[in-house]
Design a binder for this molecule. Structure first.
Ligand SMILES: Nc1ncnc2c1ncn2[C@@H]1O[C@H](COP(=O)(O)OP(=O)(O)OP(=O)(O)O)[C@@H](O)[C@H]1O
Length: 243
């Protein structure tokens, strides 16, 4: 399988914080990769280095065979990003935001079927500011998919979604993966990670403490459930240090 994203020896510090330290992973096309870790573990920083919106101090990143710093424009056409907090005008309607987003790309998908897929058809004429948190979250996934991307970055995928909406989003993503879409997601829900991810990396204070499949993560821990294993990985050092 073709490698879509390759991260080698990635390091990035801010003033006094080592946000990412010597991180290595690769993601093949059509794979779903979960970047996990507590708040502040270094997930967003890693993603921003891959997208080229932040410059790493050391290490190499390649995405779709490109250097994200040198080929930002080309990359933009082929990559989708779900933002947590998008900057849009207060009074913009869902249909207008979809139209504006489509106009940014040379080629884009028809947004109507996407809105339908994510349960938002009846919100077409609503102001974005009037949507519920979960509806906004789903709209941001739709916006990320409008450029018909080869890779999509989904940050805190289903935070704020109700049970049914989460399951629907999982199903839609599984269908897109089957068509070859590569997905990098972050999530704080381990059931979601278990349901979707082919491979995961768990970061702690910017360092990778596990890289592999969910099954391997469970097998290498003293637990049978992934959520217990995840907590064991992320707390291990404190426990060993007697904190
Ligand atoms: N612009 C910045 N200036 C200074 N420190 C920063 C900056 N951005 C992030 N950091 C620090 O770098 C570390 C990693 O932050 P990052 O946002 O990558 O974590 P994260 O895993 O994405 O967290 P979350 O789950 O809360 O989104 C944290 O200690 C954070 O305080």
């Amino acid at each position: 399988m073709e490698t879509t994203i390759k991260v080698e020896e990635l390091c990035k510090s801010y003033a006094h914080v080592k946000a990412v330290e010597n991180v290595n992973f690769s993601i093949c096309s059509g794979e779903v990769f979960g970047l996990l870790g507590a708040n502040g573990a270094g997930k967003s920083t890693t993603i921003e280095c891959i997208l080229g919106t932040k410059k790493q101090d050391r290490g190499r990143v390649s995405i779709l065979g490109m250097n994200p710093h040198k080929e930002r424009k080309k990359l933009f056409e082929r990559v989708g990003v779900q933002f947590q907090e998008a900057n849009y005008q207060d009074k913009i309607k869902v249909s207008e935001l979809c139209k504006v987003t489509s106009s940014l790309y040379k080629t884009s998908l028809d947004y109507m079927p996407l809105l339908k897929q994510f349960g938002l058809s009846d919100k077409l004429k609503s102001d974005v500011s009037e949507l519920s948190g979960g509806q906004k979250q789903r709209l941001f996934i739709v916006l990320a998919l409008i450029p018909d991307p080869e890779v999509v970055f989904l940050d805190e995928l289903t935070t704020g979604l109700d049970t049914k909406a989460r399951r629907d989003v999982w199903k839609s993503l599984t269908d897109l993966k089957a068509k070859g879409l590569t997905i990098l997601l972050t999530s704080h829900f381990m059931d979601e990670v278990e349901a979707l991810c082919d491979k995961i990396m768990i970061l702690k204070n910017g360092v990778s403490i596990f890289y592999g499949t969910v099954q391997d993560a469970v097998a290498a821990s003293p637990y049978d459930k992934f959520e217990d294993a995840y907590l064991w990985y992320t707390n291990e050092e404190e426990e060993n240090a007697g904190i």
